[in-house]
Ligand binder design. Structure first.
Ligand code: TRP
Ligand code: ZN
Length: 815
């Protein structure tokens, strides 16, 4: 059934209070609910799925109605009334990991978006907000729910939608901390993990405390309960979940010590801890009216976690990483059959809309808004947002009105960023005449939007003659003029000020050497590398100007993290997308060969510099500066491996005392085809560690020249377990991420992925559907590959009993 934004109607009833009792049992959990409804209409519809109804009463009188497949409709008094029900559910059989389920002997819940209806009958929609009181009956030692602990249970005074409900029960231990809020309240902080994992919580606790402090300092937002709990679970469909006062995390985004987690893992943990914490205000205190407004909380919270990570680390490096991700995932999505607006207008299954567009483009849209209204306007608008809408379920219209009211700016045109799909293209023409430099910008793709274009102008010697200025492109074509004594060099779209494709003739080598904006300097190197790669694919040699420019930058004195990013060659999938956009049909094998040839040429060009760049390992510390030095060291080690057959990487592998070096050296060895021994050693050392073993599975597939064969072997491994999403993704997503392997000419990659999606679907439809998006790029490729990819999508669609989740995705992709 299609759900449409246009069909929204307010709830028939308001919930005043919810009382829940859980009698936990692996196969026969009883959920007893007592829900007080305010006066409303004569008919009440409650959502409920896969619930065994034991009994239900309205104001103490047993009801006559029986539930259907998706819920319960009943006649109710028009005055206030109490609905009570007892239902039975089976958490141990719940492999979909939505609702109440079991993971390693522990009970946990995942209710966003519509999981609460698998726990009990309820108006399971975000615009119904109520305070909850919860009691849990179980022999397990630790029993947690939302809010503050009270006699016999938990009380959450803050009205919340059901998707923020959470319950955890298990044999858990706490890593404890505390935080004093800006108004002087003490908050107990607990990270709950399985016994044995206590020594891996330190970093997450520090990140939580930094997040709490930052939200007070930057947004003036204080935490609002006496306790904040985080629980790490091994079986989880996504990264983490912001349940009020009880965040539940995929354990890989909590547990870390230097021996088991890479620098990237540490950075991701910090970002996700912050993200979920920030939801307390942007998502929980102010929530979404309906699921079409998902970007209201997700775009804003991603934007906030990006700001936070930039403040904690390096803004330039963070921006480059975010844009890499945006292009790889969101631009890809926006250019294919899964394209949708930041605020979608229709869905079959809402779980399919937790996308890069809603999250990442949703964050970009807020970044543009901030650029347009300025930092002060943004701060005023956010203060007004929190003031005006605290405790409410809101829409994008509410959000934009706050900015209009706080700044006096009309945002009617800006709103198109929320309602139109697709990546706008901005075409740039330059002219210089009579001491005047003219920049003509034209935009294509959808109706004209307001696009903030950050511009700087450089002199011929690289001096900045115009510091960064934000131009507002609002018309289809617009010319901006600047007096200039000589023809300047333009640095356009600095900091990637808008999520657009820029079309412009540029001297990348000059900008790589001179741009004063670090993002655009990196961008120039990237664009140049792609130009070179396109040439190599077409049979040209690796260009010396690229090698020289990159060598100069990499051996210079810029931030090592920045230099490491500059050394990272464009990925194969990224290149395929770029070629397709320029009208060339990508050949996956030629892309791989070209990329290897460029890495080889770069290694040879840097031959004399590599050992200095590699340096020697430092005693590990988690600080970003050191992580940057390590990233540069490993990038150089990877190049050296192409010259010495992996001799230095083998030494680094043997000497490694932290996972960044250990996994990094293993990747170097696998990449040059000599990693088998190290992989065996790694397996022997880490086979009892789930999180680390995921890396072992992934790396071997990612760096294989026979990804299909490697995947086929690894799914036979005793530790492969399709019920654990992390493990499934570690193997099957790695196959899809090995571009040349997945797109093997005989279609074996496509078949293998489809086989596993079909197998996973009855077990975990949400994860199967999410991973099916690997097929969304079919239109880029040659006719044979297109046909084979679509055949697999049709085969998936024809599978009997297919989930709504996967059916919607496959259906949208084949059209
Ligand atoms: N709201 C969560 C976040 O962005 C993500 C989320 C949505 C989720 N649905 C989920 C997590 C299902 C796990 C399972 O932080
Ligand atoms: Zn979120």
């Amino acid at each position: 059934m299609t759900v449409r934004l246009a069909d929204y109607t307010p709830p028939s009833h308001i919930v005043e209070h919810v009382d829940l009792t859980f009698r936990l049992h692996p196969t026969q959990t009883r959920v007893i609910s007592r829900i007080r409804f305010a006066a409303g209409g004569p008919v009440l519809r409650l959502d409920g799925e896969k619930l065994r109804l034991i009994s239900a009463r309205v104001d103490g009188v047993a009801i006559a109605e029986q539930p259907d497949e998706t819920g319960l409709t009943l006649a109710v008094p028009e005055a206030a009334f109490t609905f009570e029900a007892e239902v039975e559910i089976s958490p141990s059989e719940n492999t979909a990991l939505e609702g109440l389920y079991m993971s390693n002997g522990m009970y946990c819940t995942q209710c966003e978006a519509e999981g609460f209806r698998k726990i009990t009958f309820y108006p399971d929609r975000p615009d119904v907000m109520a305070p909850f009181r919860v009691r849990i009956e179980s022999d397990l030692p630790v029993l947690l729910s939302n809010g503050d602990p009270v006699d016999g249970g938990w009380d959450d005074p803050w009205p919340k939608p059901s998707y923020l409900f959470a319950l955890v029960a298990g044999d858990l231990v706490a890593h404890r901390g505390s935080f004093t809020t800006m108004s002087g309240r003490e908050v107990a902080l607990n990270i709950w993990v399985r016994p044995g994992d206590e020594d891996r919580c330190d970093y997450a606790m520090g990140a939580l405390i930094r997040s709490m402090k930052w939200d007070e300092q930057v947004y003036g937002r204080e935490y609002d309960l006496s306790v904040f709990n985080i629980v790490a679970v091994d079986d989880f469909n996504m990264g983490a979940m912001e349940n009020k006062g009880l965040n539940i995390f995929n354990s890989k985004y909590v547990l870390a010590r230097p021996e088991t987690a890479t620098d990237e893992d540490f950075a991701r943990i910090e970002a996700i801890i912050a993200h979920e914490y920030f939801h307390n205000w942007t998502g929980n205190r102010i929530t979404c009216r309906d699921w079409f407004q998902l970007c209201l909380k997700e775009g804003l919270t991603v934007f906030r976690d990006q700001q936070f990570s930039g403040d904690m680390r390096s803004h330039a490096v963070k921006r480059i990483e975010d844009v890499l991700m945006l292009r790889a995932r969101q631009f890809r999505e926006d250019s294919g059959p899964l394209a949708h607006p930041v605020r979608p207008e229709a869905y079959e299954e809402i779980n399919n809309f937790y996308t890069a567009t809603v999250y990442e483009k949703g964050a970009e849209v807020i970044g543009m808004l901030k650029l347009l209204v300025g930092d002060e306007g943004y701060a005023r608008a956010l203060d007004l947002y929190f003031d005006r809408h605290d405790g409410q379920a809101c829409t994008i219209e509410d959000w934009l009105r706050v900015f209009e009211d706080a700044t006096g700016r009309d945002l009617a045109q800006f709103k198109r960023w929320y309602t139109e799909a697709g990546t706008p293209r901005v075409h740039v023409e330059e002219a210089y005449e009579n001491g005047e430099y003219a920049l003509t910008l034209s935009q294509k793709g959808g109706s004209p939007k307001v696009i903030p274009i950050a511009l700087g102008l450089l002199g011929a010697n690289g001096d900045e003659v115009l510091p960064t200025t934000v131009l507002e492109l609002t018309e289809p074509v617009q010319t901006f003029r600047f007096p200039a004594a000589a023809r300047p060099v333009a640095s356009v779209l600095r900091g990637f000020s808008a999520p657009v494709e820029l079309e412009m003739q540029r001297d990348h080598a000059f900008l790589l050497a001179h741009d004063t904006d670090p993002f655009n300097r990196w961008e120039a190197g990237r664009a140049l590398a792609k130009e070179v790669m396109a040439g190599v694919i077409a049979g040209a040699p690796v260009r010396a100007d690229w090698l020289d420019g990159l060598a100069a930058l990499v051996t210079g004195d810029m931030d090592p993290a920045f230099r490491a990013l500059a050394l990272r060659l464009p990925g194969e999938d990224d290149m395929a997308q770029t070629l397709h956009a320029s009208g060339v049909v990508p050949d996956p094998d030629r892309i791989r060969a070209a990329r290897k040839a460029m890495a080889q040429a770069l290694a040879e060009r840097l031959r004399g510099d590599l050992s200095a760049l590699i340096g020697s390992p430092e005693p590990w510390s988690p600080d970003p500066a050191q992580a940057g030095r390590r990233a540069l060291r490993l990038a150089a080690l990877s190049l050296l491996s192409r010259l010495d057959g992996g001799a230095e990487a083998a030494r680094a592998y043997a000497a490694a005392d932290n996972m960044t070096e250990e996994a990094g050296a293993l990747a170097c060895l696998l990449e040059v085809g000599v990693g088998a021994d190290a992989a065996l050693a790694f397996e022997a050392k880490w086979r009892h560690d789930r999180i680390v073993m995921d890396k072992w599975f992934t790396l071997q597939i990612l760096h294989s020249d026979d990804a299909v064969g490697m995947t086929g072997r690894l799914v036979q491994h005793p530790l492969f377990d399709m019920k654990n999403p992390n493990r499934f993704r570690a193997v099957i997503s790695a196959l899809a991420a090995n571009h040349a392997g997945f797109h093997r000419a005989d279609g074996a990659g496509y078949r293998l992925l489809a086989d596993w999606l079909i197998r996973l679907d009855p077990v975990n439809p949400q994860t199967a559907a999410r991973m099916s998006s690997a097929f969304d790029s079919w239109s880029r490729y040659d006719a044979d590959r297109q046909a084979m990819m679509k055949d697999q999508l049709r085969r998936i669609l024809a599978t009997p009993g297919l989930s709504r989740d996967l059916a919607e995705m496959a259906g949208r992709m084949v059209g």
